[in-house]
Design a protein around this ligand. Sequence first.
Ligand code: NAD
Length: 355
Amino acid sequence: MSNNSIASIGYEVFFDNTLAALDNFLQTHHYSSVFILTDRNTSAHCLPVLQAAVSSLWGCDIIEVDPGEENKNIDFCVGIWKMMLDFGADRQSLLINLGGGVVTDMGGFAASTFKRGIDFVQVPTTLLSQVDASVGGKTGVDMDHVKNIIGTFTQPKAVFIATQFLETLANRQLVSGFAEVIKHGLIADRAFYESVKVKGVAMDLEDIKHSVAIKNNVVTQDPHEKGLRKILNFGHTIGHAIEGYSLTHDNDPLLHGEAIAVGMICEAYLARRLNGLGEAALADIIHTFRQYFPDYRYETGIYGQLITLMKNDKKNAGDRIGFALLNDIGACDVDVFVAEDVIKESLDFYREVIG
Ligand code: NAD
């Protein structure tokens, strides 16, 4: 491991704007063929950057999917598998996933199942995929609007993170990824939270590395989410329900990070009410999220739907709704079960906060 990389579960995550580590990886691994999975946007904006940095990737076969979560499904996976077959992929082939979390999740899944599994590497191109989806080994696709319901735990052979990809990313997407950066500080590293809450999205490669290191520290201790890894779900129990609701009801639905920002305010309220989080800490968290994220307005009439969505979350067992709740900034507990009426209280609290 060098000082520009982090060791994860059997592979390294490289932080390197020159992408020399990827060049080196390709030279030292002798793959029979190399394919690059992109979506339309990363074909246009990221592929030229990648090929300019790693000249051996000129002339590779490109597999392009349509962008967006609605295309992260088994039909597009079948398309990927067929193209790999057409291009003559064998078990010594490599798939490079160049894109946001949709491409890295679906490409990881396609590679982990093609011919019982071929090697893949991740080149994440959104802030969200760099700080979150790039480590942990979760791959998958959605089915019938249920997110990531089909998938595997498969580690990539390496991850290559470079900030120049972020230059073409829409600001809204950048801010969305920032929610996960803030979350990493809140659950495990107070000093990092204090630093990024002031800096905002203008983060450098070191900040991104620090954020990845926090997640990596958690997932390497608990790869299959038996305990500790659940702290990464802070804000996500309510956030996922809000995201699911928004996706099916709003013309311009919330992005993932925008929804979990709402979820983190609600769950910080629960943490104050039930888990010892201080009043000042709650106020600080609310201020931070409201500084960067738009308010989301909803009526009490949707609470029933939100609770149903929470109960259907695949992370829950039975009817009980479990939470990861802070006990302080930088410290988080898991498996705190909360009664429905208290969850509704937290939804009321958010509505009062935004006025
Ligand atoms: P995304 O992949 O849909 O990317 C967002 C948009 O930005 C897309 O339109 C994409 O084409 C475009 N884009 C990507 N890179 C770009 C660039 N450099 N310049 C311009 N446009 C660019 O979404 P996302 O937010 O990156 O990822 C969300 C997905 O990640 C979800 O499916 C979620 O389930 C998954 N995820 C997985 C994990 C995991 O542990 N595996 C963790 C978090 C999220």
